[in-house]
Design a protein around this ligand. Structure first.
Ligand code: GLC
Length: 484
């Protein structure tokens, strides 16, 4: 059945309300639209929800690009670029050169307006927004795809902006993996949740931003960065496809891993100890054909939680192989009750509970089990689910997700998130009229109605020979992991 045939008058009213609310969320600066506020909820103290968050604006921006309102996206890209520090920070408490803020707000003083950026220094947990600079590049490339106009990205300020971001991402560091080493809570999950190190959420955005930068950087004057990207991309891609992948076959291999191996012949490359992996749970939970990318891989660490943004964006950006993409969607289908339930979709699964919750979150009352980031349900993820479904030709899954959310979102006043194992409780501290809840829903519908918009955010696979060469390198543990 086509989605349009399912549209009732009630549903159409809901969509109309969503558009009106989105319009109200637009933030103006010196008379120009420059973004959207996180939430338009007058019933509670605004805290920082009256600001424009870079990550939240992505779904608004994609909708605006689809609807031809490219000016807002262009203004947003120009203004946020001006907020990027261009010089090395002399004070260690200041944001590093190249970072893009988590959010910004319009401040008026003596009749003058200016933008004030927040790099996490005002945020509740003082978290560094690593994802902002990655999303910024991904969005710039989406703008170029939508407008077919490279001139913005080719401007010297933009080339410099991309270059500075790449410089922080590709800098010399202590780590010897192709993945990005990041602190906890540096993305959509912006509180402590045990995702420091090499969390999937950021690795996938890193990969996507590298792909986007490779398309946008003009080689002249940037040849060192372009070479570094070309070097990193296949290694990163192979590393994630190989070491993050979990399905029943891989679980069997890991289950019989030896530990404490030394030297070049080691198979258990991260020295994972069997007892740290919840084998018996996974043995029950993993479907015969499904699989997914693990939440985090590092020294003696394999975080087997399922993280939705990472898995879905890996499909959308073509980081996952075709077989992996199909297997992830099979897993989502077979474990629908756990991952989607009554509200698409869980940010991660399962929740951290009991002692683990207390130790890993630091007893965070907002992240109690099955709430907020700790396995709460976030409607914004619906657009990524729809895009991944379109990409893998599993349209019926996206239809089912949209039907599940439809009707409920407007009745519940577009909450930021839902709680509970099945997502049936409106989030304990959820804002209402949350912009990315609205745009997540609208964008899912747009992508279903018109899959030709998918290239805004997808890339096509890296040439297979490059990736397999990287795999060989990796197995032989030679050069590419050595410091450059
Ligand atoms: C919360 C979310 C974060 C989001 C922000 C604004 O802090 O954890 O991902 O960007 O709210 O909506």
């Amino acid at each position: 059945m086509h989605l349009n045939e399912l549209e009732t008058t009630e549903n159409l009213k809901e969509v109309e309300e969503a558009w009106l609310t989105l319009e109200k969320s637009i933030l103006y600066y010196q008379g120009r639209p420059v973004g959207t506020v996180a939430a338009y909820d007058a019933s509670v103290e605004a805290l920082n929800y009256d600001q424009c968050f870079v990550r939240d604006f992505v779904s608004s921006a994609l909708i605006f690009l689809i609807k031809g309102r490219t000016d807002i996206v262009r203004n947003f890209l120009e203004e946020t670029l001006k907020l990027q520090p261009k010089e090395k920070a002399l004070d260690a408490y200041k944001p590093g050169r190249g970072l893009i803020p988590a959010s910004f707000k319009v401040v008026s003083e003596n009749g003058q307006e200016y933008l004030e950026a927040d790099f996490g220094e005002h945020a509740i947990a003082r978290v560094t927004p690593v994802d902002s600079c990655l999303w910024w590049i991904i969005l710039l490339r989406a703008y170029v795809v939508a407008t077919e106009d490279f001139s913005l990205a080719y401007q010297p300020e933009f080339q410099n902006g991309i270059r500075l971001i790449m410089e922080i991402c590709l800098a010399n560091r202590f780590d010897m993996y192709p993945t990005l080493l990041v602190p906890d809570g540096a993305c959509m999950i912006d509180r402590r949740l045990g995702i420091y190190g090499h969390p999937l959420e950021l690795q996938v955005l890193f990969y996507t931003a590298l792909r986007a930068s490779r398309e946008l950087l003009v080689c002249q004057g940037n040849s060192d960065i372009v070479a570094a990207i070309d070097n990193r991309l296949p290694l990163l891609c192979a590393h994630i496809r190989q070491h993050y992948w979990i399905d029943i076959n891989r679980l069997n291999e890991i289950y019989r891993f030896k530990s404490e191996e030394y030297g070049k012949g080691a198979v258990n490359l991260f020295n994972i100890y069997v007892d740290s992996v919840p084998y018996y749970e996974l043995d029950k939970w993993l479907p015969k054909k499904g699989g997914y990318l693990a939440g985090n891989v590092g020294p003696s660490q394999l975080d087997t939680r399922f993280f939705s943004l990472g898995n879905l964006m890996a499909i959308i950006s073509d980081l996952a192989t075709e077989e992996q993409a199909q297997a992830i969607m099979t897993l989502i289908e077979d474990r629908w009750d756990d991952l989607v339930g009554d509200m698409p979709m869980k940010i991660c699964f399962p929740a951290l509970e009991h002692e683990e919750y207390r130790i890993v979150t630091g007893c965070d009352p907002k992240n109690i089990p099955w709430s907020y980031h700790n396995a709460g349900s976030w409607p914004v993820l619906m657009w990524m689910l729809a895009a991944a479904a379109v990409k893998t030709n599993k349209i019926s899954l996206a239809q089912k997700a949209i039907q599940t959310a439809q009707g409920r979102l407007s009745t519940d006043q577009w909450p930021e998130y839902y709680d509970g194992k099945k997502g049936r409780l409106i989030g304990k501290q959820a804002r209402k009229y949350q912009t990315w809840t609205i745009t997540g829903f609208l964008l899912a519908k747009e992508l279903m109605a018109n899959p030709t918009y998918l290239p805004l955010i997808s890339f096509g696979k890296l040439p297979a020979e490059q990736v397999s060469r990287a795999c060989e390198f990796e197995i032989a543990s030679v050069d590419p992991y050595m410091p450059r």
